[in-house]
Design a protein around this ligand. Structure first.
Ligand code: ADP
Ligand code: MG
Length: 337
């Protein structure tokens, strides 16, 4: 008899969780992405002990009916893509259909969701449903992840200090707020509110909420387009500098991405305006046909491969450089001859 066996679902989910659920911040990221994809206009994130004890996300989005609520925890279950063709036209933040399954396999989940007509209450422990009943009718989803990594002690032990974990999540929430200024975000840690944005649609206001009013006033708006890409955002005046590139926030079709070449190009746009080792504060929103942007590079979906990268880099460089040049020259008033 052969020795090979197919794994049961809880086991394969637990293995996948190793990649998707690296730390509390990864859970917050996946759940907030789901809330955004569900069309929410207000998203609340409540953490206890940096998320290791509890992560609760409350949204006012579309919610789910009972059948979907159960199905959402199955691996490869998604409402966002149907076929291979869709994979190249992704307009949502999620598409892999594995976040909830992975998260549920390494934690204790309580889900309350309502699509407005039915309400569902579900509890899942280590990937196995333990309770299911009718729930409240409040439209939206309230999901609570308790005791993350309770059944993967090695991962739990690996977690850095609570302060480090919390720092990652604050950073993440700031980026969500910057890329979705129309959504009101709130982050509360152990009862203390750390972030609250208005959801007014005004990026400068979000910049003020995050970096302070004084800095927000010194950010210059820019926009530009090339045949395949449109960009817009805010770039700090050269008098404001930071020690690292962490203040350069890059978003591609609403997704926060890490892209070395783009970040480097933003820095180059400041050449001679900034000391070489200093970095600006920049929010750069890039829009382009999803066909040009491959996000299926890594389970965390933060890396991206771009077609027509050279065209985009030129656009970024020229648009930001022009904006800074204009702003720096603006105060100099030519004396009449
Ligand atoms: P993906 O986001 O890649 O589709 P997930 O495992 O994160 O995979 O979620 C599975 C499905 O559950 C989603 O496709 C969506 O239909 C549903 N879902 C998850 N979270 C929410 C939410 N907050 N509101 C409404 N539907 C949700
Ligand atoms: Mg998702």
């Amino acid at each position: 008899m052969g020795k090979i066996r197919l794994m049961d679902e809880p086991l394969s989910n637990k293995i996948a969780a190793g990649e998707v659920v690296e730390r509390p911040t990864s859970v917050v990221k996946e759940l907030v992405e789901n809330a955004i994809d569900a069309g929410s206009t207000a998203i609340e994130v409540l953490l206890q002990e940096a998320g290791l004890t509890s992560i609760q996300i409350i949204d006012n989005g579309a919610g789910m009916d009972e059948e979907d609520a159960l199905l959402s925890f199955s691996r490869h279950a998604t409402s966002k893509i149907e076929n291979e063709h869709d994979l190249f036209r992704i307009r949502t933040l999620g598409f892999r259909g594995e976040a909830l399954a992975s998260i549920a396999s390494v934690s204790k989940v309580v889900l309350q969701t309502s699509d407005g007509t039915t309400g569902t209450h579900l509890e899942i422990e280590g990937g196995r449903p333990t309770e299911q009943r009718a729930g409240a009718l409040r439209q939206g989803t309230d999901i609570r992840i308790g005791q993350l990594f309770f059944n993967t002690p090695a991962r739990l032990k690996y977690m850095k200090t609570l302060q480090t974990e919390l720092g990652h999540t604050i950073d993440l929430m700031n980026r969500f707020a910057l890329s979705y200024p129309r959504i009101s975000f709130r982050l509360v840690h152990d009862g203390k509110q750390l972030l609250q944005t208005a959801g007014s649609g005004d990026i400068r206001r979000v910049l003020a909420d995050i970096y302070g009013v004084a800095i927000a006033k010194k950010m210059i708006a820019f926009e530009g387009e090339s045949p395949d890409y449109q960009i817009e955002g805010f770039a700090s005046l050269p008098e404001i500098t930071r020690a690292n590139k962490n203040y350069i926030s890059l978003f591609v079709n609403g997704r926060w991405v890490k892209h070395y070449a783009i970040a480097n190009t933003v820095h180059k746009a400041y050449h001679t305006f900034l000391p070489l080792e200093r970095q600006p504060i920049v929010v750069l929103n890039i829009k382009g046909d999803p066909y040009l942007t491959d996000v299926n590079v890594h389970p965390s979906k933060q890396q991206i491969r771009l077609s027509k990268e050279k065209e985009l880099l030129e656009l970024v460089h020229d648009t930001i450089r022009r904006a800074i040049q204009t702003a720096v020259r603006a105060p100099v008033i030519e004396k009449p001859k």
